[in-house]
Write a protein that binds this ligand. Structure first.
Ligand SMILES: *[C@@H]1O[C@H](CO)[C@@H](O)[C@H](O)[C@H]1NC(C)=O
Ligand SMILES: *[C@@H]1O[C@H](CO)[C@@H](O)[C@H](O)[C@H]1NC(C)=O
Length: 799
């Protein structure tokens, strides 16, 4: 276009250029402002202008300038905006032709429109929004808006200013087209945590006078980056907890904060201990930071826990802290009683302060909870002595007596000083061992027993019994017959004592008539070492048996002479003829005699007093009665069975003695001779037998004495002496291995004037008759044998 304008100007210049004028006016002049005096400048008269109907021709019908013909002046017709007219063209001019008619003339007028600074630089938008992550690197560039200034030249856009400049700086880069690229460069790291929003102002300024400027607001939002680690409020947390606290107890709550926002500040807590058992005992709430118990804590195992806690945000940044938990002791452990050494048995003669048991106590708790005191049950002869280091010794504290208390259950109780206190106990079973401190004690202070005479040897008479309060061997009582003598004979030949059972046996058959009672001592001795003993007196009473028949003392039965009682014819009824006098060596009932007439020449003439043995006439004697009357009187004792003797009483019924004599001599002469001879032989035989018997007896007694001495030596050597009774006694009677039966000899003094010994066999021929059934059963057999007999002796004497 400029080219076209130039071409026109050039054309005019060729054709009819008469003159030129050039003006320069600033833009934006008000209407009517004068541009220039054209008339004058072109050398034209006003008339001509008028006549020539001068008018302005503008190629583009631009109507900015008008021509005032009357004044010959060019005036601003319309506001001229250079920017609208020429935009960025630096030289802006209006090319006008003033055309005149009659004649046609034209003149070129150029009106230069000078720029004035009427436009401020401006931006398209009011604001620019940026969202920058805070981790954006320094040096990052951000392209900004360019401003536009319609003015040109100096009035055009000259510079930009960015404020504030603490984070960003402005960088202008000249483009090829002459424009500038506006960039801001991050100079300093962003920190959302300090400044989340930033507003900057970019100002574009021109160079006009006055300067004009345009601004744009730059809003920067800093986006969070996880650039902040969580931070615990304390580096170390401390807490205490009692042991045995229940599961779930909250121990402590930790807290960490994270300066980041949103997700980047979401903290989770965790325990990082790995080696120890912490994770089995404690747990931390991931979100709340509560450290609580999930296991048991035992002061006795650990007194302190150190938990390493980690707080981490989602971005993986972390902080750690330590939680120190002190455990408080609770009295949860009973004292433990250890028996260090123990004797189960203590002798009853143990001295005071004999140690029986040693114990040691332990308590896992500490302080008062672990202070232990021990004691034992009361009223026992023991005491618990305490020594250092929780050692205790149980010692005897008094006399022990197994016989009173053979066993003690000693309960040792140990308690600690905690509140409440805990205790434990142990029972010691202690036996008291026996010492031979008790002698055997007999059941009774003395024993009395009776035995019926003529007993069988070996008969058990009675039993003595002693008991010993001691135990076992110390209480094992043996019975020993104490040496003594009865009528000069050792008591051991009368009785024996069974050492174990205490049964007293008769060794021989007793004869009441010889021995009514005897006493001896039995010793009871225990098996202790040394043995203890005691003795008791035993009295044996021999009871009478009816073993003796009555013996008739009167009338005297002689072989030589026959006595007769004389009854005169004149005798009255009740006349006392004679009195049968009999005795019985037995006693009591056995000796209570009664008299009866067994046979009589004339039963009606005499009677005998039942108890007094008096023979009296029953009726008057007459001449018809025989002169010789013979009465057989039976004397009977009252024993069971009874024994009796018979006596023949001759009675002469005569008035004078010679009468009687002549009657008797005839029937006695023959007998007398025969009897004298027999008596001689018998005496001789008896002497021989007696001699032999005494010789044997002496021999045996000497053997026996020898053996007895031997046994005394044995006895003193403390060997157990256990007398026992030979069972052979019963055998001899039962089987008859010693079948001899001693002849019972009756030696009788028939008269004080005449000493005579007769076999009863011979007596049957005389007046005195012994009942053979009674004598046969006399139980005096083997009486001597007992003396001779000896346990181990092969010698069995038969006399
Ligand atoms: C001691 O204890 C034992 C066993 O418990 C029991 O048999 C015995 O009778 C007790 N002794 C005493 C003297 O209490
Ligand atoms: C029996 O024992 C008493 C003491 O109890 C004693 O004095 C006496 O001598 C003893 N007698 C015999 C025979 O041992």
């Amino acid at each position: 276009m400029n080219g076209q304008v130039l071409m026109f100007v050039f054309l005019f210049a060729l054709d009819a250029v008469h003159g030129q004028a050039s003006y320069s006016i600033p833009e934006e002049m008000s209407r009517g402002s004068s541009v220039g005096n054209i008339a004058q400048d072109l050398g034209l008269e006003i008339r001509r202008l008028i006549s020539g109907k001068a008018k302005i021709y503008s190629r583009n019908n631009e109507d900015y300038i008008e021509l005032n013909r009357e004044k010959g002046a060019l005036l601003v017709k319309e506001r001229i905006d250079r920017e609208a007219l020429c935009a960025h063209t630096a030289l802006c001019a209006l090319h006008l032709q003033i055309i005149l008619e009659n004649p046609m003339e034209f003149y070129s007028v150029t009106v230069h429109i000078a720029d004035i600074n009427d436009n401020a630089p401006s931006f398209d938008k009011n604001e620019l929004n940026f969202k920058l992550i805070e981790s954006t690197n320094v040096g990052a560039k951000f392209v900004l808006e360019r401003a536009v200034d319609l003015d040109v030249g100096i009035n055009g856009l000259q510079n930009y200013v960015l404020k504030p400049t603490d984070h960003f700086s402005l960088k202008l880069q000249n483009n090829a087209d002459g424009n500038k690229n506006v960039e801001m460069v991050l100079q300093k790291p962003l920190d959302r945590e300090k400044e989340e929003q930033m507003s900057l102002v970019l100002t574009a300024v021109d160079g006009g006078e006055p300067r004009m400027s345009g601004t744009i607001l730059i809003l920067i939002t800093v986006l969070d980056a996880n650039d902040n680690a969580p931070v615990f409020t304390q580096p170390i947390y401390k807490a205490t907890i009692a042991e045995n606290s229940p599961v779930g107890t909250v121990v402590v709550t930790v807290s960490a904060s994270d300066a980041d926002g949103d997700l980047n500040s979401k903290i989770s807590y965790s325990i990082t201990n790995t080696r120890d058992n912490i994770r089995n005992i404690f747990v931390v709430d991931k979100e709340k930071g509560q450290v609580s118990l999930i296991g048991n804590i035992d002061f006795e195992k650990s007194r302190q826990f150190q938990i390493n806690l980690l707080a981490s945000d989602d971005g993986g940044l972390t902080d750690s802290c330590k939680v120190i938990i002190d455990v408080e002791d609770v009295n949860d452990n009973k004292p433990i009683i250890n028996i260090m050494s123990k004797s189960n048995v203590v002798s009853e003669d143990a001295e005071m302060n004999t140690a029986v048991t040693m114990i040691n106590t332990e308590d896992l708790d500490s302080a008062e909870n672990g202070n232990v005191n021990c004691f034992i049950n009361e009223n026992i002869p023991f005491v618990l002595k305490s020594s250092k280091n929780n050692f205790y010794t149980l010692v005897t504290d008094g006399e022990l007596d197994r016989e009173k208390s053979s066993e003690y259950n000693i309960t040792v109780t140990c308690s600690d000083e905690g509140v409440p206190s805990l205790f434990s106990s142990v029972t010691l079973n202690l036996h008291i061992s026996d010492v031979n401190d008790n002698a055997p004690v007999f059941d009774r202070s003395s024993y009395e027993a009776s035995v019926v005479e003529n007993n069988t040897p070996g008969l058990s008479i009675c039993t003595v019994k002693a008991s010993d309060a001691d135990w076992n061997q110390n209480a094992r009582v043996s019975y020993i017959l104490e040496d003594s003598s009865v009528n000069g004979v050792p008591v051991s030949s009368y009785v024996s004592v069974n050492a174990e059972s205490g049964v007293i046996h008769a060794i021989r058959s007793f004869d009441f008539e010889q021995l009514k009672e005897f006493h001896f001592h039995v010793k009871a001795q225990d098996g202790g070492s040394p043995p203890l003993s005691s003795n008791v007196s035993v009295g044996i009473h021999i009871q009478d048996a009816n073993d003796n028949g009555p013996q008739v003392l009167y009338p005297v039965q002689t072989s030589g002479s026959v006595l007769a009682e004389i009854v005169p014819h004149s005798a009255d009824v009740g006349y006392l003829v004679t009195k049968v006098v009999a005795v019985d060596v037995d006693s009591g009932q056995n000796a209570w005699l009664s008299y009866k007439v067994h046979k009589a020449t004339d039963r009606a003439l005499f009677e005998v007093g039942l108890h007094n043995g008096e023979i009296r006439t029953v009726r008057q004697v007459t001449d018809k009665d025989a002169v010789k009357q013979r009465l057989t009187v039976v004397v009977e004792d009252n024993g069971q069975p009874s024994r009796s003797a018979t006596v023949i009483v001759n009675v002469m019924v005569a008035d004078s003695f010679p009468e009687v004599l002549s009657e008797f001599t005839d029937f006695n002469l023959h007998d007398k001779e025969y009897n004298d001879k027999l008596t001689f032989y018998l005496v001789l035989a008896l002497a021989v037998v007696s001699f032999l018997f005494i010789t044997c007896l002496l021999l045996i007694i000497s053997v026996k004495v020898y053996r007895w001495r031997q046994s005394r030596i044995l006895y003193h050597s403390n060997l157990p002496v256990i007398p026992y009774y030979l069972p052979r006694y019963s055998d001899t009677l039962g089987t008859g291995t010693l079948p001899h039966v001693y002849n019972y000899e009756v030696c009788r003094t028939t008269d004080s004037r005449k000493s005579d010994c007769k076999l009863d066999r011979t007596a049957s021929h005389n007046l005195l008759v012994m009942d053979p059934t009674l004598t046969r059963t006399m139980p005096m057999r083997q009486s001597e044998k007992n003396i001779l007999d000896e346990p181990d002796s092969p010698l069995e004497k038969q006399s």
